[in-house]
Design a protein around this ligand. Sequence first.
Ligand SMILES: [Zn+2]
Length: 350
Amino acid sequence: MLNRLIYALVVFMMLLTIPNMSLSFLEHKINMPSAAEITDEEKSDIKEPVNEVEVHEELKKTNIEVPELVKVYNLKTNEVMVMEFEDYLKGVVASEMPAEFNIEALKAQGVTARTYLLYRFKKYPNGQPEHLDAPVCTGTHCQVWTSKEDLMASHNEVWYENYWGKIEEAVNSTKGQILTYEGKVIEPLFHSTSGGRTENSEDVFSTAVPYLRSVESPYEAEAPKLHASVKLTVDEFISKLESVYGELNISNDNLDDKIKLGEVSEGGKIKYITVDGTEITGREMRSIFNLNSTNFNFIQKGNEIEIVTTGYGHGVGMSQWGAEGMADEGYNYKEILKHYFTDVDIVSMK
Ligand SMILES: [Zn+2]
């Protein structure tokens, strides 16, 4: 009898501890191999930083002329501003990349900003369809530009003193330099953090662009958004999906069976998954759950689901945190640009 009592007591004690046990027991990755596991590509090593002689080689000249003035549509005032070309670039570099970054990363951003503007000039000689009087606007629709006054107001007091000179140097020291592919100005896309490998353009947008190829981006360890996650209850997860795709035969108990990985891009981002047979693209998932990137995985812990992401942004072209990492490893801006933009030339405008 006593034995039985003790046995009952032990079982009771065990039951008391089960919530904890079950929590860790039920915590599992949903049956979807991580993107990294499936894109086990042969990694192409980044070339060693080159020596100084090569760094200072003369740049090829092109027939593309430097525009003196640029028209910029200001989204804040709804007016077209006319400003000096190189001054415009400073307001872009300061907006698109933290001024604390390595000067070589900032120079890479400077050349990218200049190239982007030139690309827009050529593509929309009469103004961009969404802002007809100017080839670029001040928002993320084009590339972000902020006035010096607004930059000073949005940073702390010493920011201008400490960093404006660095922004100017990034633009002035690369004056007139742009990126071309087979003699044509490129569209130099960039993003925050690739998560280890950039994307082929056709895996994210519609067209395959020869200079926007998937490349390794190994120096992103400092990127604050390299890893992030979104947590929600399984019920919320299901109702969000069902609000878009209609009723799906999914519940807390069968997610593991119902969510299947579809296709993964060379850069490791998810092209699509299927949920109870319904195809959902990575981009749709990103938008529904406000994810940092389409490189994600699920972890279910009881009634909670965590969507874990790697990287931040679309992943095409130059990774800004990757550029910062390369610069800290001793690579200069030319090496950074030539790494992220395949087979491009860095040329000097007339
Ligand atoms: Zn725009």
